[in-house]
Design a protein around this ligand. Structure first.
Ligand code: HEM
Length: 416
């Protein structure tokens, strides 16, 4: 197994890239699988079946396993100041599953409830270390964990039981187009997000983890997702445009925008998940120039309409000779730009989904240190984003992603 992937460092800024912080300061001076994965069932009886298989294994079988394992992607360290699956690996794995569950006991600020949540988090952390370490085969990852990561979050009701003023205690408000979001795909108490290159591993790991560590939790909703090949957070989204370009890039920017800086949940982050059905047929039927005007970047390589390379910043002030904005007034990148929304940067790490019957789109996943970053941006998009015509929200939730953990520091240990 090769070296674990690590979080990017301040020295890894892509060459030629303007530091976003500096740019924001300048601008400020100038004036935004369908269905539940079936947690039940897979884990039951697995240990016995695996024991029998191991007993019957021949040296040739071992050689096959070694050969399979050799082609596996690099492992990603589950331990650290922050959980995996947010900023590491640098390039999100191609397959993901968000499993949202409700706790069996209604959240309350009582000591027994809070103790039970701490115990649940500790069990999940131990199970994650097992799964991504020596005991991967027990969970059905017979060739080792590969690049599997698991990220655990707690919903607002649960965090509020620990303190109404804690980050993550506040639910999402209703947004303009949220009328199509069914109650069963709204919110939830526990997020288990699993990502890997191997889609089977994603399913097996989610089932094993929830059975092993959260057997009493009740599945609320789930969504499988997949990503096009890409570099770092950038990959083409279901509309065919480069997505994930403008995000906090290095450790310094992530410290500033993504990780909660102080208090008991320091090192955690606020995750927002939006299941956004897209009218891909309607959007792609538009002439390319119109598609580019809606997004505000070029379709071929993601370059801003205002000029610069594929990873360049949009210039919101650039105008045509006849005085029109080069980045159209109602384009998505202008509407979402932090200088317009007055918010900080968010780390967008979305996936595509396709559940058939025209139910396909973007599983939008973002991380920030303050929920207001997402909320202010979405309110602004509700007002002026031409992309909104093609988007129907069908799922919505926020979670406090717990700070990182290791063998001696259980997941959730700092919950007050
Ligand atoms: C269906 C939904 C969406 C699609 C297809 C989409 C697509 C895109 C694309 C293609 C870009 C330009 C490249 C980039 O910087 O990554 C972009 C930028 C961005 N999007 Fe979205 N997006 C969607 C929803 C959202 C939502 C819900 C939010 C947050 C509320 C959001 C926030 C942003 C931000 C902050 C930027 C960067 C703007 C900048 O600073 O230049 N997007 N999006």
């Amino acid at each position: 197994m090769s070296e674990p992937a690590t979080e990017s460092t301040a020295d890894e800024q892509p060459p030629g890239r303007t530091r976003r912080r500096d740019l924001l300061r300048g601008l400020a001076a100038a004036g935004a699988a369908a269905g539940f994965a079936g947690a039940a069932g897979l884990a039951a009886g697995r240990a016995t079946a695996d024991d029998e298989r191991r007993a019957a294994a021949t040296p040739e079988d071992d050689a096959d396993t070694v050969a399979q394992a050799a082609g596996r992607p690099d492992a990603v360290d589950a331990m650290g100041a922050h959980q995996a699956g947010i900023a590491r690996p640098d390039t999100p794995q191609p397959h993901g599953l968000l499993l949202v569950l409700d706790l069996a006991a209604a959240p309350s600020p009582t000591a027994p409830f809070r103790d039970a949540v701490r115990a649940l988090c500790a069990r999940l952390g131990t199970a994650i270390l097992d799964l991504t370490g020596e005991r991967a085969a027990e969970a059905g990852l017979l060739d080792g964990p590969g690049d599997l990561t698991v990220t655990v979050g707690l919903g607002p009701r649960v965090i509020a039981a620990f303190g109404a003023g804690l980050p993550g205690a506040e639910p999402l408000p209703a947004f303009a187009r949220d009328t199509a979001v069914p109650p069963e795909r709204t919110g939830g108490d526990l997020l288990i997000a699993v990502y890997a290159s191997d889609p089977n591993d994603v399913h097996r790991a989610a089932s094993w983890l929830s059975e092993r560590a959260a057997p009493d939790a009740v599945p609320r909703w789930s969504q499988r997702g997949f990503r096009a090949p890409g570099t770092g957070t950038i990959a083409r989204n279901p509309l065919g445009f480069h997505d994930g370009v403008i995000v906090p890039q290095d450790a310094a920017e992530q410290d500033e925008h993504v990780w909660i800086a102080d208090g008991p949940l320091a090192g955690g982050s606020i995750c927002v998940v939006r299941r956004l059905r897209l009218d891909v047929a309607g959007f792609t039927a538009e002439p390319v120039e119109r598609q580019e005007a809606v997004i505000g970047r070029q379709r071929n390589d993601g370059s801003p309409l205002s000029g610069g390379g594929p990873t360049g910043e949009v210039d919101l002030l650039a105008k045509t000779p006849d005085g029109q904005y080069v980045t159209p007034a109602r384009s998505h990148v202008r509407a979402a730009h932090p200088s317009v929304t007055g918010s900080a940067l968010m780390l967008r790490r979305g996936y595509a989904f396709d559940d058939g019957a025209s139910d396909a789109g973007l599983l939008f996943v973002c991380f920030q240190r303050d929920l207001r970053t997402f909320v202010q941006t979405q309110f602004r998009l509700d007002e002026v984003d031409d992309l909104g015509e093609y988007v129907t929200p069908t799922g919505s939730a926020t979670f406090l992603v717990l700070p990182g953990f290791d063998a001696g520091r259980p997941l959730g240990v700092t919950l007050p």
